[in-house]
Each structure stands twice: as structure tokens, then as C-alpha cells.
Design a protein around this ligand. Structure first.
Ligand code: SF4
Length: 267
């Protein structure tokens, strides 16, 4: 008998456990909505930082100015539909904020890391959950890096946004599903062991700030621990039953963020 395969992208795990009903709407039923200016701002910062890190990794000199060209190009030519009115942020302001975040990243954050991979392509990872059920992990690490540390290989993931830093600390709550998936997939692809994940937070608020979290074991959240099932097993239970519970208390439960809003019974 062919197994029943359910595919989950690394970047969508957070949403699956925030409001599974919304996740089902987007990833199974194909409901979409345009991104806002803040999402585009984040994409542009990521493109700039990745260009900078990739050039350094390949031993090519890259100045923040050159990385800024990549950032500006991404901001002005997005690869996806953007609702420019959604966040009350003009393109000019988005560009100013994004460039400030990029310069701070190049000056303050990048020198702290010894990257060994940037934008790594990962092989999908199939996890047999029994009873003919396979959860397939997919996704590219286009916002994460791989770094060598004294303790071993770590997956630092770059996060941008207004609330990525609180009390001067990079927020790690809710980040483990995505970075844990990267850890599992990187281990399978490269046949190495990772020791944890890390969050590099770049604030895109009025005051630019950066913060780097301590290393944490995100892999454990996915695979579970001594009698406690991990998120993969919880996800398999949802896929098996076909029941994706709603969460109207989610901070993302709004027409701005949820593609299922118009038809959702539970909001
Ligand atoms: S409207 Fe709210 S409860 Fe309904 S799917 Fe969207 S986020 Fe979930």
C-alpha cells in the first residue's frame, strides 16, 4: 500500500500550531492573500544579508553597499503579490528601515559568526509516523545559515520584524519548529550532527537594533523527548484525522493575516 504523504514546509510549522485551520486553508486548500509591505521589507533585508554572507563565504569581497543593491532590487521587484497599502508603510520608508537593518547586520552581527553554509539546499526528509502515514519535511534555508562554533554545528536563523527583540533579547519563543526542521533536514542532507539553533533578530522598528539568542535545542521540539511526543507526531495526528482545529485567539486571527478569514466559522 502506498503511504499517505503529507508535506510541511519548514517555514509553515509555526502557523500549523498557531491556527491549524488557517494552515489547512493556505497549504491544503490553496487559499492565498497578498503580502503586506512589512513582509516585503523583511524579504528585502534577508536578500541583502544573504548576498553579503554568501560573498564572504565564497571569499569575494562584498561591501554593505553592494549588498544594499540586492536589497533595493528585491524591494522594488518583489517575486510575489504585495498589497502596498496594507501596513501604512511607504516604499521610501521601507527602504530606509531595511538599509539601516542591513548595515547593522553587516557591522555588528555577521562578524560574530563563522558561516559554513548560506542558503543551503536541503533534501526533503520523510518521517514514517506509522499506520501508512508519512510526514515529509521540505523547505530551503533561505533565511538561515549554518555556523561552526566551538560546541559544534549550529543553525542561526535571521528574523526581522517589529517584535523580534524584547527587553534587549532576541525572541526565541515559537521559533523552534522552523529551526528544528532545518536541523533535522541539514543533518540528513549533509550527514552531520547539529548541536542547536540560534535566532539572529534584526528589528525593523523605528530604532534599529540587533540581538543574537543563546543556542537552543530546537530539534527536540520536533522529535519529542522521553515519552513526550514532538510536533511531528502531533501534526501526524491532525493529518490522520483530517481535523485542523481553529484558534480564534491567535494574534494572526485577522483579515490582514488569515487567508481563510472570509469563510471561517470560528472567528
Ligand atoms: S479566521 Fe482565525 S480561527 Fe479562522 S482560520 Fe483564520 S486565524 Fe484561524
Amino acid at each position: 500500500m502506498q503511504p499517505n504523504v503529507f508535506t510541511v514546509r519548514a517555514s509553515s510549522w509555526g502557523r500549523l500550531f498557531d491556527c491549524a485551520h488557517a494552515w489547512e486553508g493556505t497549504h491544503i486548500l490553496g487559499m492565498k492573500k497578498p503580502a503586506g509591505m512589512r513582509a516585503l521589507l523583511g524579504t528585502a533585508v534577508h536578500a541583502g544579508t544573504a548576498a553579503y554572507d554568501l560573498a564572504r563565504l565564497e571569499g569575494k569581497p562584498c561591501t554593505p553597499d553592494e549588498a544594499a543593491d540586492v536589497l533595493v532590487d528585491e524591494l522594488h521587484n518583489p517575486a510575489y503579490e504585495v498589497d502596498h497599502a496594507q501596513d501604512g508603510l511607504t516604499l521610501a520608508n521601507a527602504e530606509r528601515i531595511a538599509l539601516t537593518a542591513l548595515v547593522k547586520y553587516c557591522a555588528d552581527v555577521a562578524p560574530q559568526f563563522t558561516y559554513i553554509d548560506v542558503e543551503t539546499k536541503l533534501d526533503p526528509l520523510d518521517i514514517d509516523c506509522g499506520r501508512g502515514m508519512v510526514v515529509r519535511l521540505t523547505g530551503t534555508m533561505d533565511r538561515a545559515r549554518v555556523a561552526e562554533t566551538e560546541g559544534g554545528i549550529v543553525i542561526p536563523d535571521v528574523k526581522t520584524g517589529l517584535r523580534v527583540i524584547q527587553d534587549g533579547q532576541a525572541v526565541t519563543q515559537g521559533r523552534a519548529p522552523q529551526t528544528g526542521t532545518y536541523q533535522l533536514m541539514y543533518e540528513q542532507t549533509k550527514k552531520v550532527r547539529t548541536v542547536g539553533s540560534q535566532i539572529i533578530a534584526l528589528s525593523t522598528g523605528a530604532t534599529a537594533a540587533t540581538a543574537v539568542s543563546p543556542i537552543f535545542d530546537a530539534r527536540r521540539v520536533m522529535v519529542g523527548d522521553e515519552g513526550q511526543p514532538g510536533l511531528i507526531e502531533h501534526a501526524a495526528a491532525m493529518f490522520r484525522t483530517g481535523l485542523f482545529p481553529p484558534n480564534p485567539s491567535s494574534v494572526l486571527c485577522s483579515p490582514k493575516y488569515c487567508a481563510r478569514w472570509a469563510t471561517c466559522l470560528f472567528r
